[in-house]
Design a protein around this ligand. Sequence first.
Ligand code: F3S
Length: 275
Amino acid sequence: MKVIIADHAGFCFGVKRALEKVIKASASGPLETLGPLIHNPQVVAKLAESNVYSVESLDEAKTGRIVFPSHGVTNDLRELAIKKGLTVIDAACPFVTKVHKRARDLAKSGYIVVVVGDKNHSEVRGILSAAGSSALAVSSPNEVREKTWKSKVGVVAQTTQLSERFAQVVAAIAETAPEIRAFNTICYATLDRQRAALELARNVDIMFIVGGRNSANTARLYEICKQVGIPAYHVETASEISEEWVTGKKTAGVTAGASTPDWIIAEVRNKLESM
Ligand code: F3S
């Protein structure tokens, strides 16, 4: 089968930067990341082989050095780490840090901050913590239509959101809010991957979206490809691909989330080419 890889797929700037920081720091001894450094279980497992361990809470941290992941942490966790005397290695992507700043500035200027994103995602929890007590996360325009906006509203986006959804939420708030300021904080790496995935999905028989099941940006790519109306599969590794899926298909497209390493993309490509 012919296999085409999307023009933008796999590791983004922020993920590469986080990995470089951590690998460099690990040269001087073991360290821990607060939650997974990036949302890819295979990479996290490889890091563990290099003395970089993922812990679920600061109480579990034993090495004295804690890494904040690429998607950022809440203010409370940041303060707690300092209070505990831990050495902090901040691997948060600068684009995520910028959203925190936008949210903080909006809150300081009296805006109710709306974060377009998944409220259970760690990046969104971090942004909310910077955005004041009235801030809220929404994931669809319907959620904001249920509300009556009496004061001015500031809107930011989880860096990995769909642009379309961000625009829909902003439009829905604008229907009733007395004033609205919106910052499209979706990062360029996400936009590049989304555009490239859409373009590729329109020109192939089947799409494979490669990345961690816990990766928000991979989930968005899957959503985009599914909307095109061709068969689309989200897989973490090549071993999940079934022969039946590709029966009768001539060309497969492959895209991958921003936290998917090249070696996993290559394995998927090789498997599909051999089918
Ligand atoms: Fe940063 Fe965007 Fe990647 S926020 S970690 S460059 S997906």
